[in-house]
Each structure stands twice: as structure tokens, then as C-alpha cells.
Design a binder for this molecule. Structure first.
Ligand code: HDE
Length: 704
């Protein structure tokens, strides 16, 4: 009689109901290894155990050396109109045509398992699967960079990453080596201003801008060239977190941004960005007084407006994190005809780095054959074989020119008018022949840092000062702290003094900064910047911003007035806000009318830092109980500290009054007790007035 373990699968069994080895052999026991006697040693011959463990042992691939932690989504890009007048790029010609995209957002410094809400630059990498081949726009959420030349990139990253002796700190720039390097590199100053601002603490990946950073070139069919800067502008507006909040979220929900992106798409709230370009016709690039090849500089929108050219919608989550988000390989050198690089020396270095890094990260030269990296148009060349090759060639010839190919005519690709043509430089790009050095037009390191500072709202300025103080307070070497405030004195004397006042250093000294190596005197031939402020550099909410997908914690307890609360909730939900009830414990509370009201979260699992706003239910008993609960008081107090909109319905105001942020009595009318704190009655009404006032406060995002 055959042993049970030798039986084969009944023909009708669906494959997902049983397991096989990777060779397709059905497995009978996935719990027990093969032993010599049930209490004896495990046998080497257990090929099923060995296969399972071997595969597991090799599950990880090297994480990205930077941008290791990422979250991604699929979607499409659609131009608003034909851009034939400026570029031949086929995906920018037809407003009817949608080009599939895959977008990966990332932090830079931390490892793949680090928290989402750290203070950092965010990567914003877009792969367009066009009919002319894959085009990658590999950008960041900050329009400038730390350094001007690729030669300094490994130094920058080594200074930023955990210190080699003890591997700390994870995902943070607040340590000696980063600021040691930064303080010695005045060219980093402009980027440091952005990094210390709320741009480095996005509320959501869906609520941040993206930038191509470098200057690229658009080329049309006639060969006319425009220098171009790319901008992604989020439809939901730009919003940030408070630093205290960001640090708390890192512990409460390290996947905060990943979860937010995934759930928004899963719920059909597809995030959307507008692609815009700033274009400068070739020949006029010197006229702005800004070196367009210097990645530490931006072009203020007041000087060259951002022209919207299309929209991108992300409407599908990845099917598998590893296969797509992890294995996707971006490269700023993945171009299509009509788009070319510039001579930006940082970009030029990137052109080498990205393919090179994939060779070790993805294990060989065939990473373009992985499904997420495959072009959607035909790929035909004579590169062959190599590790993990999945596209073996059937043709006889693997060389060019040839006559023995399937067409039986001569194939020769040599100076073809079709295909990608490298756009020549304009005459004055390479004066003086080969040399290492920096053009004097790259010497101005402070004017745009000052422009950024001048453009911030008072609250944003306070946040920048606080961020510098926090980071520099973590620096143990006093000389590094001093050097940094000396550099800040070259940006703005008040900024430098404010930072210096709290971090145990002497008065900031711009002269001392100017005397140090690395400080360069701006090129006298470059005209001064034509403006002192630029509104586009501030994140302060101007005008009406959409509230859809923002989240509201609804505090409830036994005795709550569900009749008054429900219409308010309905109005909020109608506007696309996501409301979640929070109470002492999961399950339900009893309403004033002795009915059950669902409690979805507890104070402990969903603290206020995980919501955008707080709504306190009415009902005398409920209010009394919430006032007596430390957790409830802390909840509202913390939300208030983070500048979040808070609304109390009827007697719910007592909780706010106890904290000194609202008057003791519920107002009959809707009233603003404090900026962002809305109180009023919804009893016997449809809740519209209260909900509208609350939503207006939410549209402003934060009330600092
Ligand atoms: Fe990158 N960068 N980078 N970078 N970068 C990488 O490529 C590099 C720079 C950016 O989601 C690496 O595939 C050098 C600027 C993003 O997969 C690596 C220099 C900007 C991503 C690399 C820069 C970026 C990367 C690591 C200076 C904004 C994540 C893994 C010369 C315009 C892409 C990889 C993804 C990733 C090198 C500077 C954006 C090592 C040498 C400036 C968004 O090749």
C-alpha cells in the first residue's frame, strides 16, 4: 500500500489549495522536517526543507544606498495640450493620450525599515512608460540640492548617514558629522533652509510638491531648444506636520505616509498632481542672473512663471511591494527624443550612478527585464545573456552591422535621422577645454537662501529657527555649531541671532564665515537677484484649499448626543473628510437616547497626531466624563499644541473650557473661540453652520 505522502494531487484540486516546491512537486507536509526517528536529527536529504530555507535566506536584496525607504503607486499622465512647439516628446503631443506611470516616493537618509515622518528630503521619482521608451523624471520634493558637483555626493551622504563607528543616528541629520560637513560647505546653505522648513515634514505624500531640480532641455522638431525646470503641484495643496507631532508619529505609526497613500488610493481618492514647466529659450539663459546649471538655485516663479502642461493621477496600488516598489529602477538618463540633459555637473554625475547602483542592487545587467522596469514599446538590441536573463534572443545574429538577420538585407544603424539625437551644446558651454573647477557663476551661495527666508510667513520662520536649534543642539562639537550660525549670518542676521541664542555659541559672525575656506565671493558679472520675496516658496495656505481626505478624530463617551452629532458628521463626510470615532475602549458607547454608537479606535491606538482635526461630541454626561479623563484632555491639548482645528458640539465645549481654549458655556451660535477652535450648537439643527465653520478651519490646515 503506497504511503500517504506519495499520493499525487487529485486532478480537480485548485492549485491555491495545496503547496508545491519551486519545481512544481506537491508538498504533503509543510510543518515537519524529515528526521531519523521523530526525536532524532533532521536529515540532509530533506530537499523540501532545504529549498524553503535557502530561498528564505536569500530573500533580501541590498537596499538602495540612498532613498531606501519608499512607497509607490501606478497611475497615468495626460497632457493638457500639444507641446509640439517646444518638444518632440511623443507623450506630450496629444491631450487624448494617457501615458502609464509608476511613481515612487522616498525618504533619503533612513534604511528601508525607518519611519516615514522623519525630517528629510522626499524623493519623487516618476517612470513614464511611453511609446518611445521609458522616460524617468527622478526628482525630489525640494527644488534645490545640497551640493553643486557630483564629486561631493559620497561625502554628503557619508556625513548624513549613521556614523560609521556606532551606526547612529538612524534617519536623522541631527548629528555632528552632518553639520560638520554642512557648515564647511556654504553652497549647502540654501538647501538647509528648505530642510529646516516644514517642507521636510510633509503631512502626506499626496500633499507635497515635486521638482526635477536640475535644468533639462526641451527640443522641438526644428531643433529649437528651451531650458526647462519641472514642477509637480499637488491638487490637495501643500501641508506639513509639526515637528513634535512628526516625532511622535514616527513611534505611533512608522508607516504613516505609506498607509495614507495606500488607503487613499484603495478608497478611490486618487491623488493628483499638475505637471508644470518653467521654460527659458536657449540664448536667454544668462539674462536672469541665475546660473541655470547650478542645482543649488531655483528660478523664482515671479521671474519665469510655471506653465501647467498636464496632470498625473495615481489610481492603482502596487500588486506586490517587492516586485514593484523595491525592484523599480529609475535613472535620470532614461530619456525620450525631445528631452535632453543640461551640463549641470550634479546631473552629469547622476547619469553614471543610477545604472551602476542597480548592478549590485538588482544583481546584474538585466534589471530592465523585470516587469516593473520593462518598456511598453519594442526593445531590440544585441546586448545578450548575463545574470538572470529572461529574454533570450532567438535571432542568429547578435551584432550590427549584419546581413544574416531575418530581413536578409544589411542592417546598419549609423547616423540615422530617426531615434534619439543628442542636442549639441551652445557655443560658450565649454570654454577653456578640460579642467576641474567651478565657474564663478556658481559662487553665490546665499542670495537664494535669503530669498527663501524672506518669503516665509512668521510661523514658518519660527519653525525654521526651531529646527536649526533642535538639530544644532544635537551637535556636540561647539566649533561646528558656531560655524553654522556664522554661515546663517550670511543669510539673515536675525535668523542667525535667534538660532544662536539657544545653542551655547557666541554671536554669529558673517565675517568669520567669509574668512573660511570654501566661502566664495559671488561673481561680480552676475546681476543681483531681481526680487527679495517669492510667494511660491511659502507653504502658508493662501485662499481655499480642498479638505477632502483630511481626517477627523471624533471624541465620544457614554451619554453623547448622537442626534446632534450625526448631521455634522454627515456634512463632513459629504465633503470627503474621513471621520473616525475615538473613545476609551473599542466597541460602542451608549447615547443619550440609550442607543449604541460605534467606537472605532481607542485613545491609545489612534492618538491625535494621527488625525488632522478633532471633533468633540455633545451631551452633558459625555462632556463630564471626558473632562474627567486624562487621556481625553491630553488628546485635545496635544491637537491644540499642534495647531489643529478643534470643534466642540454643544456641551462638548466643557472639555475645551477646562483647557482654557474656549469659554465655559456652549454658544448658541457657531463661534470661533480661538484661531482654529470652533464651538457651537448643533442641537435641533442640520449641523451645516457648525460643519462649515469647522471645515473652513480645516482648509487652513494648521493655526499656529
Ligand atoms: Fe539620487 N540616487 N543621486 N538624487 N535619487 C539614487 O539610485 C545620486 C540626486 C533621487 O525611488 C540611487 O536607484 C548621485 C538629486 C531619487 O528608486 C543612486 C547624486 C536628486 C532616488 C543615486 C544624486 C536625486 C535616487 C540610489 C549626485 C533629485 C530614488 C538607488 C550626483 C533631483 C529613486 C538608485 C527610487 C536614488 C545617486 C543626487 C533623486 C545611488 C550620485 C539631485 C528620487 O544611484
Amino acid at each position: 500500500m503506497p504511503l500517504a505522502s506519495h499520493r499525487t494531487a487529485p486532478a480537480a484540486a485548485p492549485p491555491e489549495s495545496y503547496l508545491t516546491t519551486s519545481q512544481g512537486l506537491r508538498i504533503s507536509d509543510n510543518h515537519n522536517s524529515l528526521k531519523s526517528g521523530v526525536r532524532g536529527p533532521t536529515l540532509l536529504e530533506d530537499f523540501i526543507l532545504r529549498e524553503k530555507i535557502t530561498h528564505f535566506d536569500h530573500e533580501r536584496i541590498p537596499e538602495r544606498v540612498v532613498h531606501a525607504r519608499g512607497s509607490a503607486a501606478h497611475g497615468y499622465f495626460q497632457p493638457y495640450r500639444s507641446l509640439a512647439s517646444v518638444t518632440q516628446a511623443a507623450f506630450l503631443q496629444d491631450p487624448q493620450q494617457k501615458t502609464p506611470v509608476f511613481v515612487r516616493f522616498s525618504t533619503v537618509a533612513g534604511g528601508a525599515g525607518s519611519a516615514d515622518t522623519v525630517r528629510d528630503v522626499r524623493g519623487f521619482a516618476v517612470k513614464f512608460y511611453t511609446q518611445q521608451g521609458n522616460y524617468d523624471l527622478v526628482g525630489n520634493n525640494i527644488p534645490v540640492f545640497f551640493i553643486q558637483d557630483a564629486m561631493k555626493f559620497p561625502d554628503l551622504i557619508h556625513a548624513l548617514k549613521p556614523e560609521p563607528r556606532h551606526g547612529m543616528p538612524q534617519a536623522a541629520s541631527a548629528h555632528d558629522t552632518f553639520w560638520d560637513f554642512a557648515s564647511l560647505m556654504p553652497e549647502a546653505t540654501h538647501m538647509l533652509m528648505w530642510l529646516m522648513s516644514d517642507r521636510a515634514l510633509p503631512r502626506s505624500l499626496r500633499m507635497m510638491q515635486g521638482f526635477g531640480v536640475h535644468t533639462f532641455r526641451f527640443i522641438n522638431a526644428a531643433g529649437d531648444v528651451h531650458f526647462v525646470k519641472f514642477h509637480w503641484k499637488p491638487k490637495l495643496g501643500m501641508h506639513g506636520l509639526a515637528w513634535d507631532e512628526a516625532q511622535k508619529i514616527a513611534g505611533k505609526d512608522p508607516d504613516f505616509h505609506r498607509r495614507d497613500l495606500w488607503s487613499a488610493i484603495a478608497q478611490g481618492h486618487f491623488p493628483e498632481w499638475e505637471l508644470g514647466v518653467q521654460m527659458v529659450p536657449a540664448g536667454q539663459e544668462q539674462s536672469l542672473g541665475i546660473e541655470l546649471l547650478d542645482p543649488t538655485k531655483l528660478i523664482p516663479e515671479e521671474l519665469v512663471p510655471v506653465e501647467p502642461i498636464g496632470r498625473m493621477v495615481l489610481d492603482r496600488n502596487p500588486g506586490n511591494f517587492f516586485a514593484e516598489t523595491e525592484q523599480v529602477a529609475f535613472h535620470p538618463g532614461h530619456l525620450v527624443p525631445g528631452i535632453d540633459f543640461s551640463n549641470d555637473p550634479l546631473l552629469q554625475g547622476r547619469l553614471f550612478s543610477y545604472t551602476d547602483t542597480q548592478l549590485s542592487r538588482l544583481g546584474g545587467p538585466n534589471f530592465h527585464q523585470l516587469p516593473i522596469n520593462r518598456a511598453v514599446c519594442p526593445v531590440h538590441n544585441f546586448q545578450r545573456d548575463g545574470m538572470h536573463c529572461q529574454a533570450p534572443q532567438a535571432e542568429r545574429v547578435a551584432y550590427e552591422p549584419h546581413t544574416l538577420g531575418p530581413a536578409a538585407t544589411e542592417m546598419r544603424v549609423d547616423g540615422d535621422a530617426l531615434g534619439f539625437q543628442t542636442q549639441p551644446d551652445t557655443g560658450d558651454d565649454a570654454p577653456g577645454g578640460k579642467q576641474r573647477g567651478r565657474s564663478p557663476s556658481f559662487h553665490d551661495h546665499f542670495s537664494q537662501a535669503t530669498l527663501f527666508w524672506n518669503s516665509q510667513s512668521p510661523a514658518e520662520k519660527e519653525h525654521i529657527v526651531a529646527a536649526f536649534r533642535f538639530e544644532l543642539s544635537k551637535v556636540q562639537t561647539p566649533e561646528v555649531r558656531q560655524r553654522m550660525v556664522d554661515n546663517l549670518a550670511c543669510v539673515d542676521a536675525r535668523l542667525a541671532r535667534k538660532v544662536a541664542s539657544d545653542i551655547g555659541v557666541g554671536a554669529p559672525d558673517a565675517q568669520a564665515a567669509a574668512g573660511r575656506a570654501g566661502f566664495r565671493v559671488p561673481d561680480a558679472a552676475m546681476p543681483a537677484l531681481a526680487l527679495t520675496e517669492s510667494a511660491a516658496l511659502s507653504m502658508a495656505v493662501r485662499g481655499a484649499a480642498p479638505v477632502a481626505t483630511r481626517t477627523v478624530a471624533v471624541l465620544v463617551h457614554d451619554g453623547m448626543d448622537a442626534l446632534a452629532l450625526r448631521p455634522v458628521l454627515q456634512q463632513l463626510e459629504k465633503a470627503g473628510l474621513a471621520c473616525g470615532t475615538v473613545g476609551l475602549r473599542l466597541g460602542s458607547v451608549a447615547t443619550m437616547g440609550k442607543r449604541k454608537f460605534m467606537v472605532e479606535h481607542s485613545f491609545a491606538t489612534m492618538p491625535s497626531v494621527l488625525f488632522d482635526a478633532v471633533l468633540v461630541a455633545g451631551g452633558a454626561d459625555c462632556a463630564q466624563a471626558l473632562c474627567a479623563l486624562g487621556d481625553a484632555r491630553h488628546y485635545v491639548q496635544e491637537a491644540y499644541k499642534h495647531g489643529k482645528p478643534i470643534c466642540a458640539v454643544d456641551e462638548g465645549v466643557a472639555l475645551l473650557a477646562g483647557l482654557g481654549i474656549a469659554p465655559g458655556q456652549a454658544a448658541a451660535d457657531v463661534a470661533l473661540a480661538h484661531p482654529g477652535v470652533v464651538v457651537g450648537s448643533a442641537r435641533g439643527e442640520d449641523g451645516t453652520a457648525l460643519a462649515l465653520a469647522f471645515m473652513q478651519a480645516i482648509a487652513q490646515h494648521r493655526h499656529w
